[in-house]
Design a protein around this ligand. Structure first.
Ligand SMILES: [Fe+2]
Ligand SMILES: [Fe+2]
Length: 279
């Protein structure tokens, strides 16, 4: 059992920048203003640059050129801008190659962006309220892989033996390591003071049927992740998956037609965002 060692290594992972944490704290504060966000970002010009590139990306579809944080807040709203700050900060962590999972540099990032836009696409398609932080939850759902990758590589033989016995990838992680990337990710995010419903969605994204409660944000992240694995974005060692949980699909009222429509646009949406941050 290497759980302790794995959780200890969570502490050594560079946390998201202080700017992201300050802005996240502002989400919960209904009196937060554009100038507070600006002040939090002032200490990190790189993040402000990324934020403005995202705000001007085709995905968000604002025709005017956005040149300042204040303008971004007034055109896109505080919540949208907060999500962009998290994305700008998470990019640094998620763009790295992830050993063990067989994900070259940029691949986990591409997958994470794709799941985010698919999640928003699903919410639009089926017309449900899943919480405004759905983009952030989807973006961060696999962050545990960044921590667990080294351990997966070290125990690859045991993981492959478990997969050969018919276990899913997450079950194989648990069999070999005592934890899966979903629980490690949730642990990491709770240390970053990320809101509890996001942590919950990350924790159960592979296993919504075993979650202690149902939550639309979890359901949508689960389906969006499966959707991206159906169309093959950022698979790595996890491989293809063909079907979301039946009870989740029922709860959301999501059918094949919805999945097909969202899938057909996901790649383009994800490319728009990836290009904005690569600029
Ligand atoms: Fe995952
Ligand atoms: Fe995923």
């Amino acid at each position: 059992m290497r759980l302790d060692e794995i959780l200890r290594s969570v502490d050594t992972l560079p946390a998201m920048g202080g700017a992201a944490l300050q802005v996240l704290a502002l989400i919960e504060d209904s009196r937060a203003s554009a100038s507070q966000i600006e002040a939090a970002l002032r200490q990190d010009p790189g993040i402000t640059g990324n934020l403005l590139r995202l705000a001007n990306s085709a995905y968000f579809g604002i025709p005017a050129r956005i040149g300042s944080v204040r303008q971004a807040v007034s055109l896109l709203g505080l919540r949208r801008v907060t999500q962009m700050v998290v994305a700008a900060c998470a990019a640094a962590v998620l763009q790295r190659p992830v050993e063990g999972y067989d994900l070259p540099a940029g691949e986990l990032w591409r997958h994470s962006l794709a799941v985010s836009v698919a999640a928003e696409g699903l919410v639009g398609e089926i017309g449900i309220g899943a919480g405004e932080e759905i983009f952030t939850a989807a973006l961060l759902h696999d962050v545990g892989k960044v921590v667990l990758g080294r351990f997966v590589r070290e125990e690859l033989a045991r993981i492959e033996a478990a997969l050969a016995r018919g276990l899913t990838f997450e079950q194989a992680e648990t069999a070999a390591l005592g934890v899966d990337h979903a629980s490690v990710g949730a642990e990491l995010l709770s240390r970053w003071a990320i809101p509890a419903d996001i942590v919950f969605a990350v924790r159960w994204h592979h296993d919504p049927d075993r979650a202690p409660a149902s939550h639309p944000m979890l359901d949508v992240v689960h389906v969006a992740n499966v959707l991206c694995r159906m169309i093959g974005i950022g698979l790595g060692r996890e491989g293809l998956q063909t079907e979301p949980s039946i009870s989740v699909s029922r709860r959301l009222g999501v059918g094949t037609g919805h999945l097909e429509r969202v899938a057909s646009r996901t790649l383009q949406w994800a490319n728009d965002l990836a290009q904005a941050l690569a600029a």
